[in-house]
Design a protein around this ligand. Structure first.
Ligand code: PHE
Length: 364
């Protein structure tokens, strides 16, 4: 649509004369248009930067000072009316389009629907459940503990000395709780051993529990993520021995990786166990049918993969949680779920587990 430019050019004798009838012409012009784009174009031709009304406004310069107020008001009123005409035309057009749609043929109900892709569990959840199930079948019950934890449960009662490097700002995410006293120092738990402390403090032996969940450390590289998952297991009763620890972990390894997979224990140090050990399983990537292992890149040629920490619960931990070490003994172990998932599915980089790329996740 084009309004008759000659009719309203700034050279016309008076601005008021130019405004005359402009609304009627606009209304008529809009009524013939049948798309939103056409309506908006017509509006721009009149009200836009290079529009006709804008051109008229420029004519204001020639209006004598004593008439400026009156003319200005008139121009503004006309502008508002034009906007109202435009809005009404737009509403009218939408209403007509909707009515036409409703009156037209209905959409085809027999068309096949768009498939909704089905989600599934995350590999970390799958492995977590599988591991917990194995321990459940061995007689352990499931326990739970919070991820935001007190320092006492995460470190102190586990015999970490106050200046232990693990408590350092470099390793631990501390949570600032304004005004909290020192004994309520709070952090994101750095391991699931805090669940041991909670359960042993709340319940007397015998206890045979496993607990899985997220833990947090200031670590970030190909094999470390600042958030990862652990599974903790422990057994406290009369006369629990290291032999039982070995028996339980051997049964676990065989169920998870197969009957012929060996496990070995190496002495290691954790402040809350004595003796402490790290356990390795025979490399699942290079083992042969006959039990020999060829030594590959994943196990760095050793034939063994480190999977967990374990040991006999330190008497001072039993004491700190109200259990008499003269009567009771126990073992504990902690394993990294991502590590097991990576070995299980041959995933080379821990970070892909948390990038949530559907092309990766859909493979499980
Ligand atoms: N909590 C230890 C860690 O995170 C693992 C562990 C658990 C070691 C239980 C011994 C006994 O490294």
């Amino acid at each position: 649509m084009r309004l008759d430019k000659a009719h309203v050019s700034p050279s016309s004798p008076s601005v008021l004369a130019q405004l005359e009838g402009i609304q009627d012409r606009f209304r008529t012009a809009l009524s013939g248009l049948d798309s939103e784009l056409a309506l908006r174009t017509a509006r721009a031709e009149l009200l836009g930067k290079k529009g006709e009304l804008t051109a008229i406004l420029r004519g204001m310069a020639q209006v004598p000072p004593d008439q400026k107020k009156q003319v200005g008001e008139a121009v503004n009123r006309v502008r508002e009316e034009l906007e109202a005409i435009f809005e009404a035309a737009l509403v009218d057009l939408k209403r007509k389009q909707r009515a036409a749609e409703l009156a037209g043929p209905p959409f085809d109900l027999s068309m096949p629907g768009r498939p909704i892709p089905r989600g599934h569990r995350h590999p970390v959840s799958l492995v977590m459940d599988e591991v917990l199930d194995i321990f459940r079948s061995l007689g352990f019950e499931i326990a739970w503990g919070p991820e935001v934890e007190l320092e006492v449960n995460n470190f102190e009662k586990l015999a970490f000395p106050p200046d232990h490097p693990a408590t350092d700002m470099q390793d631990t995410f501390w949570v600032d709780v304004a005004g909290a006293p020192a004994k309520w120092r709070t952090l994101l738990r750095t391991h699931t051993s805090s669940v041991q402390v909670r359960e042993m403090s709340d319940h007397g032996p015998p206890l045979a529990l496993v607990s899985g969940g997220a833990v947090y450390r200031r670590d970030d590289d190909v094999t470390h993520s600042p958030m990862f998952h652990q599974i903790e297991g422990f057994y406290v009763a009369r006369d629990v021995s290291f032999a039982e620890l070995k028996g339980v972990l051997t049964a676990f390894t065989q169920r998870l990786y197969g009957e012929s997979t060996p496990i070995r224990f190496r002495p290691s140090y954790f402040p809350f166990v004595e003796p402490g050990a790290e356990a390795d399983v025979g490399c699942v990537f290079c083992s042969e049918e006959d039990g020999t292992r060829a030594a590959c890149r994943v196990c760095k040629g050793t034939g063994w993969l480190e999977v967990l920490g374990c040991g006999m619960i330190h008497p001072s931990v039993l004491t700190a949680t109200g259990i008499d070490p003269e009567w009771y003994s126990g073992f504990a172990f902690g394993l990294g779920v991502e590590r097991i998932a990576m070995l299980r599915y041959g995933i080379p980089d821990i970070r892909v587990l948390f990038e949530n790329d559907p092309r990766f996740l859909a493979q499980f």
